[in-house]
Design a protein around this ligand. Structure first.
Ligand code: NAD
Ligand code: GLY
Length: 363
């Protein structure tokens, strides 16, 4: 078992990474918890619901299982309200614990519910997708989508712990593995050139979920993310770097409709688009753009963005949480491992779009 510490003003907690963590969830239940709601979806429940529920009951608490519908298109107010209905109907009090068992959709929704239910209760992250294990379960960003923008309604709320069981990745569809790897390689691109080179060398093993490679990738990703959120929990500066590729990626997701491309796929492709922009406005060498494109391809993510039309692209990118006074700030690279945020001239953005878009080829 490996442990990474997260230390933010909003909470200090461990990320525990290892095989068989699911069966040991009772260890993560704080002493004064009254009742537990295990929140998951039917897909994950069928695979891991019983193991998780049994493990949580070992803490001596009553456990209510709540299943939300599966899918990004259910990450909304309506679904969130069904969770509040269940908690209120079962009279969950302020000392309850919500447990998020699932991917980033479940984690983000349960985290947001925990942030606002009775003005805030505790929650435990048990991420079961690679993307959730390396990114969304760490750092306390929680949200639901709005038809006009992704993750637009949310809160910062840190979990009491993150329990990462690497065994659960065995049932993950290959496309989801690739989507998770997009967030892994992102850390190399923005923060750690050595890790990027390691990912290049290990791409095949990572896609095959070779235990040593995938465990190192998860631990290093969590370490890098923990360092950033430890310095900037509320994204007043540095944390925005973690959104590399996301301005383009979020436009793909909302432009095509949530769920058509996976979030990680959109981010993977968006990082190529952000690299193209970086080569135009931030001095990223062309050979680095080529390496970035090759690695996105090697991990199995799409490399051509959908042609939404330049005007619609620009419109969609305006709805970005990094926008200030109507001006979008992009995360840019000056080299692999060296990132910053800055606005970019529209002409350069148009050029980056022109060289990276094509008729929708991937659904
Ligand atoms: P997801 O939660 O939709 O999970 C993907 C699919 O895999 C779902 O169908 C799910 O039921 C299934 N699944 C989960 N675990 C499984 C397993 N072990 N075996 C088989 N199937 C399994 O998608 P995701 O990629 O995990 O998360 C994407 C979401 O995360 C997006 O909404 C995105 O905005 C959010 N996100 C949030 C943050 C953050 O900091 N909070 C960061 C990155 C992404
Ligand atoms: N995934 C970006 C962040 O957590 O800030």
């Amino acid at each position: 078992m490996q442990e990474v510490a997260v230390d933010t003003p909003g909470g200090q907690y461990p990320i525990r990474i290892g095989r068989g963590r699911l069966a040991r969830l009772a260890e993560a239940v704080p002493a004064d918890v009254t009742r537990i709601a295990l929140v998951t979806n039917p897909t994950v429940a069928a695979l891991y619901g019983d193991t998780a529920e049994r493990a949580l009951r070992e803490s001596g608490r009553e456990v209510l299982r709540i299943e939300l519908p599966d899918g990004e298109h259910h990450k909304d107010w309506q679904t969130l309200n069904t969770l509040f209905d269940a908690l209120l109907e079962h009279r969950f009090d302020r000392k309850c614990l919500l447990v998020a068992l699932g991917g980033g959709v479940i984690g983000d929704m349960v985290g947001f519910a925990a942030a606002v239910y009775m003005r805030g209760v505790r929650f435990l992250q048990v991420p079961t997708t690679l993307l959730a294990q390396v990114d969304s379960s760490v750092g306390g960003k929680t949200a639901v989508n709005h038809p006009l923008g992704k993750n637009m309604i949310g809160a910062f709320h840190q979990p009491v712990a993150v329990e990462i069981d690497t065994d659960v990745l065995a049932t993950l569809p290959a496309r989801e593995v690739s989507a998770g790897l997009a967030e892994v390689i992102k850390y190399g691109m923005i923060l750690d050139a050595e890790f990027f080179a390691w990912c290049e060398a290990q791409a095949a093993d990572l896609r095959a979920l070779a235990p040593a490679a995938i465990t190192h990738a998860i631990a290093r990703s969590c370490e890098l993310k923990a360092q950033v959120v430890g310095r900037d929990e509320r994204e007043s500066g540095e944390r925005a770097l973690l959104n590399f590729g996301h301005t383009f990626g979020h436009a793909i997701e909302s432009g095509l409709g949530y769920g058509v491309w996976l979030h990680g796929e959109a981010v993977g492709c968006g990082m190529i688009q952000a690299a193209e922009l970086s080569s135009r406005v931030a001095g990223l060498p062309r050979e680095d753009v080529t390496r970035i494109r090759a690695l996105v391809e090697a991990i199995g993510c799409p490399v051509q963005a959908p042609d939404l039309g330049a005007e619609r692209w620009l419109d969609l990118m305006q709805v970005d949480k990094k926008a200030e006074g109507g001006k979008v700030r992009f995360v840019l690279l000056s080299a692999i491992g060296a990132s910053h945020t800055a606005p970019a001239a529209e002409a350069a953005v148009r050029e980056a779009l022109a060289v990276t878009t094509a008729a929708p080829a991937h659904a």
